[in-house]
Design a protein. Structure first.
Length: 135
C-alpha cells in the first residue's frame, strides 16, 4: 500500500469516528442561558446569555456560595448532539483585587441533569465576573 493510500485510509477512518457536531473543545458557545443561584437555596440571582463569542457578565456578586448553571433551548440542542461534551466556564474577576486569577470550571451534571459549577466569592469583596463558555 502506498503512503498516499495509507493516508487516505487513515483519514477516512478518523472521519468515521469523529463527532458529527464538528464542534471542537475550545469553540465558544453562543446563545447559552447562564443562571447564578444561591447555594444551597437555589434562588436565581443573575441571569445572562452568552454572546457570539461565548462571553457573559455576572455582576455584583457579594461574598458567599453560589452555583453557575447552563440551560436554554440552544443548550439543550447542543447537549443532545454532544451528550459527552465537556462544558468549561472560565471566569475572570473584572472588579476584584489585582491578584485575582482567572478561574476555570468543568461543569458537572447536578441531580436534575443540568450542568453546574460551584462558585465561592471570597469574603470582603463584591465581584463582577466576565466569563466565557466553551466545550
Amino acid at each position: 500500500m502506498s503512503g498516499n493510500s495509507l493516508f487516505a485510509l487513515l483519514f477516512a477512518l478518523a472521519s468515521a469516528v469523529a463527532p458529527i457536531t464538528g464542534v471542537r473543545a475550545a469553540d465558544p458557545m453562543p446563545g447559552i442561558d447562564i443562571a447564578v443561584r444561591m447555594n444551597p437555596s437555589g434562588l436565581v440571582l443573575v441571569q445572562a446569555t452568552t454572546n457570539a463569542k461565548g462571553e457573559f457578565m455576572l455582576k455584583s456578586l457579594s461574598a458567599g456560595k453560589y452555583w453557575v448553571e447552563l440551560g436554554g433551548k440552544y443548550f439543550e440542542t447542543a447537549k443532545a448532539k454532544d451528550p459527552d461534551g465537556t462544558w468549561i466556564i472560565t471566569l475572570i474577576a473584572a472588579k476584584a483585587p489585582a491578584s485575582a486569577q482567572p478561574e476555570t470550571y468543568g461543569l458537572k451534571a447536578a441531580a436534575n441533569g443540568v450542568p453546574r459549577a460551584d462558585l465561592v466569592v471570597p469574603d470582603g469583596h463584591v465581584i463582577t465576573y466576565r466569563g466565557t463558555l466553551a466545550r
